[in-house]
Ligand binder design. Sequence first.
Ligand SMILES: *Cc1c(COP(=O)(O)O)cnc(C)c1O
Length: 362
Amino acid sequence: MTRRVINFNAGPAALPLTVLEQARDELLDFEGTGMSIMEHSHRGKAYEAVHFEAMALLRELLAIPDSHAVVLLQGGAHHAFALVPLNLLRAGTRADYVVTGNWSERAIEEARTVGDARAAPPDLARRYTRVPRPDELALDPAAAYAHITTNNTVEGTQYAALPDAGAVPLVADMCSDFLSRPCDFSRVALAYAGAQKNLGPAGVTVYVVRKDVMAAARTDIPNVFRLGVHAAHDSLYNTPPTFAIYLMRNVLRWVKAEGGAEGMARRNRAKAEALYAAVDGAAGCYRCPVEPASRSLMNGVFRLRDEALEDLFVKEAAAQGMVGIKGHRSVGGVRVSMYNAVSPEDVRTLAGFMADFARRHG
Ligand SMILES: *Cc1c(COP(=O)(O)O)cnc(C)c1O
């Protein structure tokens, strides 16, 4: 008998059960071809159909306009941390990075190996309990681009809406909230997201890039790092991560069947409401360090009033089949990741456990 736990992992994260079941059923013989999709040539008909369906579904589900290209690459967000400045940060220009947590710190650090990058005001002084308010952001109008992290996976903060970057091209690390809700990509110059939070397994990273931004990108870098080269080859410039893209295609089909980006937004709001109600409602047993307006719908972080009980909390949850809730090693506490594949029922089960734990230990 297979036993499935409730998986609140921060990434790689839960996948829809039906997606895994389909992959299992097709593993040895993909659509009557007598081989796994992994064994197909990336230049063959069987794989190409999967590849182009995945790209088309991304476009459809997120209403990505024709002004933007979709590019699929390997390498994860860290690859993007380097690839973005390599493409967009020319000598004599400077990029603005809005530093809101662990991942944006890593992004600016990598950009500085390529060129000039500034931590744009406001300076949150490493107290990442919120994201900047719209009126506080002070971007340099001459910046090559402005980089934000839409959802701060470690700290549990999220922009409720995309900030206004004016005429500055807005670049967004959307790893942990991509396709969790609709997004107006006409306001985005470049977005990137590793699949392993909301889209599929680790191994593929989605880029959404405005074509004029891509056309103006540097050409004096190796071809393999040029977004424009990959876009011109429909992300088949070299061998793509075929199995990861196949699984992502299956996840995207699932998202479509569940109501698309709007359906995900409803589902994610319901889960976050259930979780934060459990955090706020247990007579002070739990405490969310994040300011209410910045609370993430994806990663709910909280502390126990008695921090010494946190290990027991995590252990008892695991004994009841709920795993992956230990906070990131840099911040401690509890983190509940509620990506698309996590169901409202899963979060309600956890909320029930939290109320029970508070009664027993409050
Ligand atoms: C997970 C995550 C990353 C790191 O992704 P890698 O694929 O490991 O490089 C970067 N940014 C955000 C917002 C993330 O959630």
